[in-house]
Ligand binder design. Structure first.
Ligand code: NDP
Length: 426
């Protein structure tokens, strides 16, 4: 049976689950997990955080046909925002037709810092630390031997003088954390270096902590979209491509736009980061710092037109220290469904998928913004949210949505009035 996703979004929830099972994309365990809502057990949740009194659910969806480096993935999305999944699916499908995403993992190491203050002789301290670099790296590795056994471990160390409102000597440690994000691995190593660094510098240690500005875990995703796919009308298609290029330039020049531009990118990135049990605060913090690396906050994507191939070329680069092990990843049963759907990717593969999703989401948003406007696509979903909020039952939702759209009135009050009216007439 050839796999075709046409009409998938129109199926009922039960039909979608059956479809996935028929095509062996979901095993029985995972199907039961999703169907009977076997989400995070309370006893596990109670171990994960403090003062736990329950769990909190969000919609779990996926974007089919995301082609990354020649592989096609069904990408799990956890998001409460209407139209995000639809937009990503639209973009991923068009980009697949144009050859898919290509990605580069520039490196996959984490950086941590020990901040020293009251250092009497900075030059002497830097020399001492430099001289003992190998010994310090060994000490770091001895503090977390299991990551060394797994092929990772401390790789580099250097010290930098910071002179601003206060004076600091900052020691940076770079660690290969393999499949883990590495916060606890780094923090353990850094704390083991505090006393030796105080002795070598003559200063005091203020703190020893991982940096979320993961510039040694940069990932680039690119795509080349055939301009003809942007519109049936050839000149309209070229016009849309040019406007997408302008939109990406706008987001480089204006932080007010850049913030919204990047929010759209994170609609997709956060959804996958959440679905795979990763720390979305860490990913957001690193990416926003990276977006400000030139001294002003800028859009994370760049779009240009390649005249020779008549393609729209998109590129995103951001820090993505994504994990497949550690943290809460092994604890949440639905996270396991995500890893099964993605066919058990490595941390690098998952980072490549996530960067690609960010680029897809940005393409969909920019295309809508420079052509039909964002509200057209959102209207139906907005009306649906209002219908649900107004208390519409299954059979009432569709007529209520149609009525709201035809009236172009998207207020909860109006949704409630129409619903009341329907009920009186029936
Ligand atoms: P863990 O503390 O869970 O450490 C990862 C563990 O995964 C390792 O200790 C290792 O166990 C195990 N593991 C199994 N297989 C592998 C493999 N192939 N490669 C690497 N590790 C493997 O997670 P992290 O150190 O990654 O820390 C992430 C957690 O820290 C997240 O929950 C995050 O929210 C939190 N955090 C984040 C901070 C930040 O971002 N600033 C600060 C503090 C915490 P073994 O020991 O057997 O090798």
């Amino acid at each position: 049976m050839k796999l075709s996703w046409t009409g998938f979004s129109k199926k009922s929830l039960q039909e979608r689950l059956k479809f996935l099972q028929d095509y062996h994309l979901l095993n029985e365990n995972n199907q039961a997990n999703l169907e009977y809502n076997h989400t995070l057990p309370l006893s596990t949740a109670d171990q994960m955080s403090e003062n736990v009194i329950g769990t909190f659910a969000l919609p779990y969806a996926f974007v089919p046909e995301v082609m990354v480096d020649g592989q096609v993935y069904q990408v799990p999305f956890v998001t409460e925002e209407p139209s995000v999944v639809a937009a990503a699916s639209f973009a991923a499908k068009m980009i697949k037709r144009s050859g898919g995403f290509k990605t580069t993992i520039h490196n996959r190491q984490m950086i941590g810092q020990v901040a020293l203050y009251h250092v009497p002789d900075i030059k002497n301290a830097i020399n001492n630390i430099q001289e003992k670099k190998q010994k310090l790296l060994e000490l770091a590795n001895q503090a977390h031997p299991s990551i060394v056994k797994r092929g990772g471990g401390a790789r580099h160390l250097h010290a930098e003088y910071l002179n601003g409102e206060a004076e600091f000597l900052i020691v940076y440690l770079t660690v290969d954390t393999q499949e883990a994000m590495g916060a606890n691995i780094l923090n353990t190593m850094l704390e083991a270096l505090k006393t030796p660094l105080e002795e070598l510098s003559g200063g005091k240690s203020l703190m020893a902590i991982l940096s979320n500005y993961a510039t040694e875990a940069l990932v680039t995703a690119t795509c080349e979209i055939d301009i003809r796919f942007l519109d049936r009308n050839k000149s309209e298609a070229l016009d849309i491509a040019k406007k997408i290029v302008l939109a990406s330039q706008f987001a480089k020049q204006d932080p007010y736009r850049a913030s919204t531009h990047n929010k759209g990118i994170f609609n997709g990135i956060d959804a996958v980061v959440l679905a795979t049990g990763n720390d979305w605060r860490a990913i957001e913090a690193g990416a926003h710092a990276y977006a400000s690396r030139n001294g002003t906050y800028q859009g994370l994507t760049t779009w240009s037109i390649k005249e020779a191939t008549q393609t729209l070329y998109g590129e995103i680069t951001l820090p993505l220290p994504i994990a497949t092990k550690g943290g809460s990843i092994g604890l949440n049963p639905t996270v396991q469904v995500s890893f099964d759907l993605l066919n058990q990717p490595t941390a690098k593969e998952l980072a490549s998928i996530i960067a690609s999703i960010g680029l897809a989401q940005n393409f969909a948003a920019l295309k809508a913004l420079v052509s039909t406007g964002i509200q057209q696509g959102h209207m139906k979903l907005q009306a649906k949210s209002l219908a649900l909020l107004a208390g519409a039952q299954d059979t009432e939702i569709s007529p209520l949505v149609s009525q709201l759209i035809s009236e172009k009135n998207f207020s909860l009050k109006r949704a409630q009035e129409i619903l009341e009216d329907f009920r009186q007439k029936s």
